[in-house]
Design a protein around this ligand. Structure first.
Ligand SMILES: Nc1nc2c(ncn2[C@@H]2O[C@H](COP(=O)(O)OP(=O)(O)OP(=O)(O)O)[C@@H](O)[C@H]2O)c(=O)[nH]1
Ligand SMILES: [Mg+2]
Length: 264
C-alpha cells in the first residue's frame, strides 16, 4: 500500500483534490481508499471509505467537554490518536494500492501538533508514503503571500519528514496569462528568485537579515523543484501529479505495475 497525505492551509482544496485524485487513480485501474481525518468536517465532496467521524467528531467533543470551537477542534484531533488502530484495521481490510488521506482543515492544529505526527506515522508505518502540500493558485501570484506559504510548506515537511510535493491548486480559475506565469515559475525558479530583487517588490531588503537572499533562494528552489499545478474541477495536471507521486513512491515505474498491497 502507498499512502498519499494531502495537507495544506484551510480551504486550499484538500478534500476536492482527494476526490479528484482518487477518481483519476480508479479510472487508471488502481484500487484506492479515501480516509477522512477531519473530525470537524460537516460535508466533504466524496464518500470516505474510512472516516474518523465514525469514531469522534468535533461537535460531540464540544458538547461533552463544554469547549469552544477551537478548543474542541484541538481536543478532537488529539483524541483521534486513540482510534488509529481502528482506522488501520479498516484500511488493512480494504488493502488498496493507494490510501489517500484527507487531513483536517486547520493545518497548524494537525501538522504541528504531536497528534498529527503520531497519526501520520502510525498509519503509514511500513508503507511508502508521500505528502502533498497544497497552495491555491491565486496565492502564488503574489510573492509576498507566496514566500510565507513556501516556508509553511517546509515547516510541514520538517514536521512529518516525508517526501513532499508542492501542489498548486485551482488552476482553472487562472487567466491564461496567469497560468503561463506560474508554469514559467515552476520551470525556471531562478527567474522568479531574481524578480524578488526588483526594486518594485523590495522584498529582500525588507527582511532584517543579511543573508536572507540565499535562504529565500533555497526555500523557493526546494518548493518548486517538484511542484505541479492542478485543477480538481477540470482534472488539469492530475497526470503530472500522478507522475510526481510515482517518481517518489515507485521510482517512476509505469502505473500498471502491481504494487505490493500487504504491509511490509
Ligand atoms: N475552481 C476551483 N475550486 C476548487 C477547486 N478545488 C477546490 N475548490 C473549491 O475550494 C473550496 C475549498 O475546497 P476544499 O477541497 O473543501 O478545501 P479544503 O482544503 O479541504 O478545505 P478545509 O478542509 O475546510 O480546510 C470549495 O469551495 C471548492 O469548491 C478547484 O480545483 N477549482
Ligand atoms: Mg477539507
Amino acid at each position: 500500500m502507498y499512502y498519499v497525505f494531502i495537507m495544506g492551509p484551510a480551504g486550499s482544496g484538500k478534500s476536492f483534490l482527494a476526490k479528484a485524485l482518487n477518481d483519476w487513480l480508479e479510472e487508471h485501474g488502481m484500487d484506492t481508499a479515501i480516509v477522512n481525518l477531519d473530525p470537524a468536517a460537516d460535508w466533504i465532496p466524496y464518500n470516505p471509505d474510512i472516516d474518523i467521524r465514525d469514531y469522534i467528531t468535533t461537535n460531540e467533543v464540544m458538547k461533552r467537554y463544554n469547549l469552544g470551537p477551537n478548543g474542541a477542534l484541538i481536543a478532537s484531533i488529539d483524541l483521534s490518536v486513540n482510534y488509529v488502530n481502528e482506522l488501520l484495521d479498516e484500511i488493512n481490510e480494504e488493502k488498496p494500492n493507494y490510501v489517500i488521506v484527507d487531513t483536517p482543515g486547520q493545518l497548524e492544529v494537525f501538522a504541528f501538533r504531536k497528534a498529527g505526527s503520531i497519526i501520520i506515522d502510525s498509519l503509514s508505518r511500513g508503507s511508502k508514503s508521500v505528502a502533498l502540500f497544497l497552495i491555491e493558485s491565486q496565492m502564488v501570484l503574489k510573492p509576498t503571500t507566496l514566500l510565507p506559504l513556501f516556508i509553511l510548506s517546509l515547516a510541514t515537511a520538517l514536521s512529518h519528514r516525508k517526501p513532499q510535493i508542492l501542489v498548486i491548486t485551482k488552476s482553472d480559475i487562472l487567466s491564461k496569462e496567469e497560468y503561463i506565469q506560474i508554469t514559467k515559475m515552476i520551470e525556471n525558479p531562478s527567474d522568479f528568485i531574481i524578480s524578488l530583487k526588483s526594486p518594485e517588490l523590495n522584498i529582500i531588503s525588507e527582511f532584517p537579515f543579511e543573508d536572507i537572499y540565499s535562504f529565500i533562494e533555497r526555500v523557493v528552489k526546494s518548493n518548486l523543484e517538484n511542484a505541479v499545478m492542478v485543477s480538481a474541477v477540470t482534472g488539469d495536471g492530475l497526470d503530472n501529479l500522478y507522475a510526481g507521486i510515482q517518481r517518489i513512491l515507485a521510482g517512476g515505474e509505469d502505473f500498471y505495475t502491481e504494487e505490493p498491497s500487504e504491509i511490509l
